[in-house]
Ligand binder design. Structure first.
Ligand code: OFO
Length: 183
């Protein structure tokens, strides 16, 4: 009896998304190492934490594939993009990456809808919500960089921004949780 509860196309799409999450982790890891090498320990700390979060996303998909009786395929992870050239550029690259990841997640959602695989559709809703947070987080980073002077950030502004990021939680608040008392 075939106990695989995923279609071949969904199985392949989920494996690809699992690798994409691993790739995201490598991107954050390499940007974190870049930030540290530039002396931005606070930004590096933030990005190292986020690299770990992307690993958790990868594990979530891996677990789901296994739970559905399908086959996990751990493949090579593409190399991360080239290093940023500035803090502003680093946060721009992060936002671009997150938007790209959202598009990939939407493709899996669409596929599960078309195949009426409601289990996968339901599973993927966690990622849809997570991507709202992830994009918000990246936009918040970019806002901070812009306020600090964007590409023309002074040394003082870089210092303050780096200190600020050291304490910043790597979760953004979601619009769905907002109330009039706590907008
Ligand atoms: Fe940056 O988010 Fe994973 O999915």
């Amino acid at each position: 009896m075939d106990t695989n509860r995923l279609s071949k196309s969904i199985e392949a799409a989920l494996n690809a998304q699992m690798t994409k999450e691993a790739h995201a982790s490598q991107i954050y890891l390499s940007y974190a190492a870049w930030a540290d090498s530039q002396g931005f320990g606070g930004i590096a700390n933030f990005l190292f934490r986020h690299a770990q979060e992307e690993r958790n996303h990868m594990m979530k998909i891996l677990e789901y594939i296994l739970k559905r009786g399908a086959e996990v395929q751990v493949t090579a992870i593409p190399a991360p993009a080239s290093n940023p050239v500035s803090i502003n550029n680093c946060f721009e690259k992060i936002l671009e990456h997150e938007i790209d990841n959202t598009k990939a997640i939407y493709k899996v959602v669409k596929m599960s809808l078309e195949e009426e695989d409601w289990a996968t559709w339901n599973f993927m809703q966690w990622f849809v919500k997570e991507q709202i947070e992830e994009e918000t987080l990246a936009m918040n980073l970019l806002d901070k960089a812009k306020i600090a002077g964007g590409e023309n950030m002074s040394g003082d502004a870089r210092y303050v921004l780096d200190k600020d990021l050291e304490k910043t939680p790597d979760k953004a608040s979601s619009a769905e949780d907002a109330t009039t008392a706590n907008p």
